[in-house]
Design a protein around this ligand. Sequence first.
Ligand code: G3H
Ligand code: 13P
Ligand code: ZN
Length: 382
Amino acid sequence: MLPLFPLLISIMPCPSCIPDSNFGSLWEAIVGYGRPPGGVLPLTGGNFIFLFQGIIYDSGSMPLTHTRELFAKALKGKYALGAFNVNNMELLQAIIEACEEEKAPVMLQISKGARQYANPVYLKKLIEAAVSLSTIPIAVHLDHGDTFDLCKECIDEGFTSVMIDASHEPFEKNVEITKKVVDYAHKHNCVVESELGHLVGAQFDEGEEGGAHSASGHYTMPEEAVKFVQETGCDSLAVAIGNSHGAYKFKGTQHLDLERLKLIKQALMDAGLGDYPLVLHGASSVPKDLADEINKYGGKLGTDTAGVPEADIEIARRTGCTKVNIDTDLRLAMTAAIRKVFSENPKEFDPRKYVGPARAKVKELVRHKIKDVLCCAGHAFD
Ligand code: G3H
Ligand code: 13P
Ligand code: ZN
């Protein structure tokens, strides 16, 4: 039997290495809480590895970084965090490799659909692998949690933040549901994003003035945002300023209501809430070349695909959108690459030959976002 006690002592004197988090059991041990569940083996350089159910885990890998810490640094550094959706191994690898090479902190976000598709355990294990193979700060976030129970599940699993999305509910109900999640999350050292307003897309807004220009009351009102944050205690707020999900965001001119964003940010500041972090959902730009490539190789996307101009995202970043959510663009990149392989080589049936190029294309897209749009590249070790 190994002398566990001295070895445990040897890893404990480094509290700064222990993240400010509250992960459960195995996840907790893997991401660095310093409470290994199995035998502990010493390694050089202050690292340790431990054995659990026949598997060796290496604590030398960087633990998850708390969302709170990523937000604080992003606000200070005036850059935006890329929050990229993860559904499978290749997407995760593409995101992590791009961020690792560009030295960018990153938020991996997982939707309810992703959990259903991939199984939460697979996702967790994949992220563990990503954490152990990289050096950048990585936070894990629940995207669009629709119930308290789902949020609780993710909080208990060690997610560093969750989103509760009750934005379809009336204001008071949205407050009530959000507050319940906030109360639980804060007791378990997790932070909460909530949403106020409706992310109306061109489809939803049909018949009205058109997505970004609608005056139909779907957008976030500055004074309501203040009341909402004060009443719920949520840690960040997703705003509706003409943004929407998917590949068909605008009917007419593509632009966000950036003036409204400014007013929301200012209202929160004036109310004493400080440099309060706002979140931009639906931030894919739906690049024309990707849509064209998909269609060139047999796809049938409409001619009316439209995304948020990158120039608007840059202004949103400078105006206070600290977290920027991107999923659709990753899907488009992946689809374009796979279609190209199939079209050029219909005999191909080795998945590595088409999913591999798809991964490479997603990686380049993520690289572009973090370097040229979000400006978080180079900030991993600030
Ligand atoms: O905002 C939604 C994200 O794109 C996730 O989509 O629910 O299909 O996984 P999903
Ligand atoms: P897109 O559909 O624009 O990529 O938005 C993703 C998103 O908001 C995930 O929450
Ligand atoms: Zn979203």
